[in-house]
Design a protein around this ligand. Structure first.
Ligand SMILES: Nc1ncnc2c1ncn2[C@@H]1O[C@H](COP(=O)(O)OP(=O)(O)OP(=O)(O)O)[C@@H](O)[C@H]1O
Ligand SMILES: Cc1ncc(COP(=O)(O)O)c(N)n1
Length: 269
């Protein structure tokens, strides 16, 4: 049924503070004019000051949500965010193999801005083995890139080397995000596509601590664009513009790493 409204799915943790996790994903999807559904794998009690508590859901609770989504919706693209621990990574991988939710964007969330662990260290091996081979695109930040590849990234050339390695591990397309890169003037991400074309995406670095949920925002925007049928290169480029505008046009919420202004870029463009 080709005329159905584009439907997307985020498989992620809940951030009760509304700035990251599935809340950031849903808000971004709404702005990009796709329908967003969720499989929640963990509940966090957090705000802009940090993560106070995290409670993973059971595999039964996660399976039930997957079944409900698969029974009724035609998901055209999906993403994963916070996955908490080994059982969660395994059950999510199992469901992604069971159901066809279209292109899959893997945001390998490991540590929150405030320093809290959102993925157990021993689950990284499962992400590499079970999820990377399934994904259409992986979107690690620099610390995640280093953990997944073992390559210390201090120069742009090492971003390229790490991207090639992630591809050899099974990721079809790779976006290495540079929010954590040591460049005071620009945030320049690197993209390596499945057909071996590559490019840099340069944006002025905004000097703000209001960057809660930047990774969720860019990855869920890519999911939305893919669900509307945009080619991956275009989906990634629009999403970089979306996140840059959302960081640059600050809104004042909370007392720490504040959330982005997801209205800044606008909707359908
Ligand atoms: N201060 C900044 N100014 C401009 N762009 C930024 C800034 N910080 C991050 N970005 C951009 O935001 C996007 C997300 O990158 P980042 O490296 O922050 O991801 P992340 O660490 O996974 O985010 P989070 O964990 O907060 O969700 C990238 O396109 C990056 O270049
Ligand atoms: C549930 C959840 N998912 C993802 C993040 C990462 O976002 P950030 O690194 O900006 O804290 C988070 N804090 N909480």
């Amino acid at each position: 049924m080709i005329n159905e409204f584009p439907q997307t799915l985020t498989i992620a943790g809940s951030d009760c503070g509304g700035g990251a996790g599935m809340q950031a994903d849903l808000k971004t999807m709404q702005m990009r004019r796709v329908f967003g559904a969720t499989v929640i794998v963990a509940i966090t009690a957090q705000n802009t000051l940090g993560v106070q508590k995290a409670y993973p859901l059971t595999t039964e609770q996660i399976n039930a949500q997957f079944a409900s989504i698969a029974d009724d919706f035609r998901i055209r693209a999906c993403k994963t965010g916070m996955l908490a621990d080994i059982p969660t990574v395994q059950i999510v991988a199992e469901n992604l193999r069971r159901y066809d939710f279209g292109p899959y964007v893997l945001d390998p969330v490991m540590v929150a801005k405030g320093g809290a662990k959102l993925l157990a260290d021993d689950a990284i091996a499962e992400v590499k083995r079970d999820l990377i081979p399934l994904c259409t695109l992986i979107t690690p930040n620099l610390p995640e890139t280093e953990k997944l590849t073992g390559i210390k990234v201090e120069q742009p050339e090492q971003m390229k080397e790490a991207a090639r390695q992630l591809q050899s591990m099974g990721a079809k397309n790779v976006l290495v995000k540079a929010g954590h890169f040591n460049d005071p003037d620009y945030a320049t991400d690197y993209v390596l596509l499945a057909d071996q074309r590559d490019f840099w995406m340069k944006a002025k670095r905004v000097h703000t601590k209001r960057t809660h949920g930047t990774g969720d925002t860019i990855s869920s925007c890519i999911v939305a664009e893919l669900a509307k049928g945009k080619p991956i290169e275009e989906a990634i480029k629009i999403s970089k513009q979306f996140v840059t505008a959302s960081i640059a046009n600050t809104i004042q919420i909370g007392h720490g790493h504040g959330p982005l202004n997801l209205w800044a870029f606008g909707g359908e463009k």
